[in-house]
Write a protein that binds this ligand. Structure first.
Ligand code: ADP
Ligand code: MG
Length: 305
């Protein structure tokens, strides 16, 4: 079975609204809505590196889309479509069926279309997804806008995916395999949050990117970190390690003025948001528990080390 047959069998769903030309030509064609900026990002998953080789293909399909939609949401944008670059060591129909179903399931849940891609043979299974979205011109939320006095907030719960990775088979493995991109919250924060990032490498490290880009510091209240029941049961040291240094949560961390925070609370959001700290003039990230300063030695996940 050749490349074209794979594309036609698994990745060529028709009847896509708001796509002028999708899979099947040299490029896809879209008409940008008026007064919107294009937001675009890409993320690659390598088998054996980002997921074990025997991971359920449906989960791989879901996650390869979800991590990109999370990046789009983290800009305050609404995802529109994706492209898929697929490198396969061999043609495995059971795998392709599960993978494409997971990919489309995530697309369907968030109103996103697969509009093109590339399919090649290579010794390593590699999946690269490019996501496109739109945001009202001038309202995208960058990492660099945090202001002294902003509240630092995070969506959902943190540390679940890392806990799930350590305790495979536990209910929280779902959070690792099927992350939920916070698309509705992200879009609600356009023009409202001062800065935002999605939590892929651990809250402390990702918040650190905001602090660096914005040239400010932060004070975190550890007792306010939103945790799942399983993490609450751990000792402080362990729970903070998961919550602050565990990767793959795909929650949104943002900073917002107290007034805008109140405005946000009036909205009907599909995920809880929690205030976990404040942006400070003095640089660096400091941790506090019930107003006592705490020093933590966090092990963050770093690529290439
Ligand atoms: P070209 O040789 O012009 O790059 P291809 O033969 O690679 O075109 O792809 C044919 C069509 O199928 C293109 O529209 C491309 O976007 C689409 N396509 C290829 N691989 C995928 C894939 N894995 N998922 C979705 N669309 C794909
Ligand atoms: Mg090609």
């Amino acid at each position: 079975m050749a490349e074209f047959s794979i594309i036609d069998t698994y990745f060529n769903r028709k009847n896509q609204d708001s796509v002028d030309l999708g899979v099947g030509d040299d490029s896809a064609l879209l008409t940008p809505p008026p007064h919107q900026q294009l937001v675009i990002c890409a993320d690659t998953l390598v088998a054996g590196r980002h997921f074990p080789l025997d991971t359920n293909p449906h989960a791989i399909g879901w996650k390869s889309v979800a991590v990109n939609l999370s990046d789009i949401a983290a800009m305050g944008a609404t995802p529109h479509s994706i492209l898929l670059a697929l490198s396969l060591p061999q043609i495995d129909h059971a795998w392709l069926k599960g993978f494409s179903q997971g990919l489309y399931d995530c697309c369907d849940q968030f109103g996103v279309r697969l509009i093109g891609g590339d399919t090649t043979q290579s010794p390593h299974l590699t999946l690269s997804v490019t996501a496109l979205g739109w945001v009202d011109t001038g309202l995208a939320v960058a990492r660099s806008g945090a202001q002294v006095g902003d509240l630092i907030c995070v969506s959902g719960t943190v540390g679940d995916a890392a806990f799930g990775l350590k305790h495979l088979g536990h209910d929280l493995q779902k959070r690792l395999d099927y992350p939920t991109p916070r698309c509705q919250l992200g879009a609600a924060l356009k023009g409202l949050a001062h800065s935002m990032i999605d939590v892929s490498d651990g809250l402390a490290q990702d918040l650190g990117h905001i602090l660096k880009a914005s040239d400010v510091g932060a004070k975190l209240q550890l007792e306010n970190l939103p945790l799942s029941t399983a993490l609450h049961a751990l000792n402080d040291e362990q729970k903070w390690q998961y919550a602050l240094a565990g990767g793959d949560d795909y929650e949104l961390c943002f900073t917002i003025s107290p007034e805008h925070y109140e405005q946000l609370r009036q909205q009907n959001l599909d995920v809880a948001i929690t205030k976990i700290g404040t942006i400070t003039q003095s640089k660096g990230l400091s941790f506090h528990q019930n107003d006592q300063s705490i020093s933590l030695d966090l092990k963050g996940y770093q690529h290439f080390v």
